[in-house]
Design a protein around this ligand. Sequence first.
Ligand code: SF4
Length: 164
Amino acid sequence: MAAARELKISRTTQTSSVCPYCAVGCSVVIHTLGDKARNVQPTVVHIEGDPDSPINRGTLCSKGISLKEFVVNERRLTKPLYRAPGSAEWKAISWDEAIDKAARRIKDTRDRTFQEKDGQGRTVNRTASIAMIGGCTDTNEINYLLSKFRFGLGIISYENQSRL
Ligand code: SF4
């Protein structure tokens, strides 16, 4: 008689989370394998719909069911990539360098294009030269913070999943 196979989730740690792909917000259970020792990198081995969720009751759509491949994927970018003006090459840079570059460009563009009054003398305090866009993997909390950020800078071109 063949030995019984062990379930792939039999020794996992379960973490509740929310599918990031769309505004339905289905609940998921993330199964992670790893004994929590300091020198062991835990690995996500399975993600499934949470049967206790009143939203999706254990189900996931075809995008949600592919979440594990989104998390564990050798093609996933883990470092910022930078392509210099005129260059055909992308090169990996550090997060510090990427944040410095983005901050410099935002500051320079805003300083150059900021408009305090419109053509009729009304106070507008805005720049039309910077735009922000958020994707479906941005959470409401991220979008809330981005809204605060762009209001502070006077950015008026803004779009994201949650229409804040
Ligand atoms: S599983 Fe599908 S319907 Fe549910 S939040 Fe994810 S993308 Fe949206």
